[in-house]
Design a protein around this ligand. Structure first.
Ligand code: 13P
Length: 234
């Protein structure tokens, strides 16, 4: 039986005060979940979430161990905070910041070497889906990371790019189809999350699919009651 996971990806949102309020609400609801917070709030999250059922993580990391890489944050730095998870290869990193499969794979390996569980994000664009290339794209993204020492206890998140922040979620069947394909390339133990416009009113149907083990939540993770409802649906 795979343990379920719902992780919030706050992206570049919030303030110290909104972060405090959101963490307080999630802790008070006593739901098991994870939140991936902006770097400046890592210390605040670490402090507030100690001893609770809420794990926390970062949204990216450097593939380099250390050195003259202005603005970058290493796996060792995240590890020092006790960071449990880190998102790797989110489509916004790939498309807005030009991260390549090789770079994502190096980040994946760097996280694992530091004892941080990477949440590897894969997903096709609308153009790729319409061209019938979904499986080819997610396989390429996954295989690049797997080539760096296998899956281990890493988590994989299927996030179709066309469903992110658009309100256009994949149907449960569309999600299951890709998850089943990914499952065939992974161990039976690997947790596979779905991400892309997951809301309280569609979460239960998506999470009911046999190969969907939880979700990676963007917009709805910033609204305490919505995020808590999604965690409960899982
Ligand atoms: P939304 O839930 O806002 O569509 O974002 C999904 C996502 O990118 C999570 O990483």
């Amino acid at each position: 039986m795979r343990e379920r996971l719902v992780a919030g990806n706050w992206k570049m949102h919030g303030s110290r005060e909104s972060c405090r309020a959101l963490l307080d609400a999630i802790v008070a609801a006593d739901v098991a979940c994870a939140v991936c917070v902006p770097f400046p709030y890592l210390a605040q999250a670490a402090e507030r979430l100690r001893g609770t059922r809420v794990a926390w993580g970062a949204q990216t990391l450097s593939e380099h161990a250390q050195g003259a890489f202005t603005g970058e944050v290493s796996a060792a730095m995240l590890g020092e905070f006790g960071c449990r998870y880190v998102l790797v290869g989110h489509s916004e990193r790939r498309h807005l910041f030009g991260e390549t499969d090789a770079q994502v794979a190096a980040k994946f390996a760097a996280a694992r070497a530091a004892g941080i569980t990477p949440i590897l994000c894969v997903g096709e664009t609308l153009q790729e889906r319409e061209a019938g290339r979904t499986q080819e794209v997610v396989a390429r993204q996954l295989d690049a990371a797997l080539a760096r020492g296998g899956i281990g206890d890493a988590v994989v998140a299927y996030e179709p790019v066309w469903a992110i922040g658009t309100g256009r979620t994949a149907t449960p069947e569309q999600a299951q189809e890709v998850h089943a394909f990914l499952r065939g390339r992974l161990s039976a133990q690997t947790r596979l999350l779905y991400g892309g416009s997951v809301k309280p009113d569609n979460a239960a149907a998506i999470f009911a699919m046999p190969d969907v083990d939880g979700g990676l939540i963007g917009g709805a993770s910033l609204v305490a009651n919505d995020f808590i409802a999604i965690c409960r649906a899982a």
